[in-house]
Design a protein around this ligand. Structure first.
Ligand SMILES: Nc1ncnc2c1ncn2[C@@H]1O[C@H](COP(=O)(O)OP(=O)(O)OP(=O)(O)O)[C@@H](O)[C@H]1O
Length: 305
């Protein structure tokens, strides 16, 4: 039904906002026949400082959350992603997942002043709760990319300013977000936008008309090699699968079922065809499509193992 991306500086009140929003939405759950589902870092038992200690750890965290969003979004769920979501390319990727599912989407921005966030982080430390280390907080605050509602993937934007009246000030904005998320679609006013997945919008992202076809074929070939290698091993030990000359091996030690491979392939195609913002162009030939897909599988299968 909807994807809600919560974003903001570290310790800016994102989880507080996500909880408020989820509670407000739950009142409509039974009458409107949807479920509310929050995806956050805590549910993966991940440590705040370790997640952001370096780029690979941070990328890994984003990958885990994105996969979970991809698995969760549906027409009868409101999924809330409670994480920093501070990189605009990443918010774009989440928006693409909402579009591919054909649901509504919005961003809730906890716009607390950086000094306020630091103070809250400090208070956590005093209370003996897990707080961000100074260096990590500084790094995250510096790299934060504010949402801008002119971007499709930051729109509509519900902005919370916790400084004005403490948590009480949330209520109006949270009510606006709840209204947007639960309102019946009115084709005349068009005040609610349901994102529309179309082959045309997906393929328009490719620089060459043929790329989608190439991507499709190359990833299918990789899957066939994996399935064949696994059936040759007949349940025996797997120590990596050779995909082809000049390509990286698939580093899996467990057998991966076809449904899981198909799901990963679908997500990869969705993301790769639409990641112009992440700065990585879509693969230009079958060889690089295969390489990117194997890298993606190694990352995903490693984190979900
Ligand atoms: N509007 C507010 N008024 C007063 N205190 C607040 C407000 N929002 C958050 N806090 C306090 O700030 C701290 C951090 O809140 P919260 O966990 O919601 O932030 P967060 O952005 O989710 O943090 P993280 O970046 O670690 O995920 C908490 O101790 C909370 O009590």
């Amino acid at each position: 039904m909807a994807l809600v991306v919560i974003c903001g500086q570290p310790c800016s009140g994102k989880s507080t906002a996500a909880t408020n929003l989820a509670e407000a939405l739950k009142q409509f759950e039974s009458s409107s026949k949807f479920n509310v589902n929050t995806i956050d870092e805590a549910s993966f038992h991940l440590d705040r400082n370790q997640n952001y200690a370096n780029m690979p750890a941070e990328k890994n965290l984003r990958g885990v959350l994105r996969s979970q969003v991809d698995r969760s979004v549906s027409k009868d769920k409101i999924v809330i992603v409670d994480s920093l979501n501070s990189i605009k390319g990443y918010r774009y990727e989440l928006w693409c997942l909402a579009r591919a599912t054909g649901i509504r989407y919005c961003v809730v921005f906890c716009n607390a002043e950086e000094t306020q966030c630091r103070e809250w982080n400090q208070q956590r430390r005093i209370k003996g709760e897990a707080a961000y280390d100074e260096a990590i907080f500084d790094d995250l605050a510096r790299r934060f990319e504010r949402p801008d509602q002119k971007n499709r993937w930051d729109s509509p934007l519900f902005e919370l300013s916790p400084l004005s009246n403490g948590i009480e000030s949330y209520s109006d904005v949270i009510s606006d977000a709840v209204y947007y998320l639960t309102k019946e679609v009115d084709s005349k006013t068009r005040d609610v936008r349901i994102l529309q997945p179309t082959i045309a919008t997906q393929s328009a992202k490719f620089s060459e008309a043929n790329s989608l076809y190439e991507l499709d074929r190359a990833t299918q070939e990789v899957i066939s090699v994996i399935v064949e290698a696994q059936s040759r091993a007949a349940g025996g030990p797997l120590n990596g699968i050779s995909i082809g000359q000049g390509l990286p091996n698939l580093d899996v030690s467990r057998s991966v079922g076809l449904p899981e491979l198909r799901r990963l392939r679908r997500t990869f195609i969705k993301l790769t065809g639409q990641t112009s913002l992440s700065g990585r162009p879509p693969p230009s030939d079958s060889e690089s499509a295969k390489r990117m897909f194997v890298d993606y599988l190694n990352r995903e299968l490693d984190t979900t193992a």
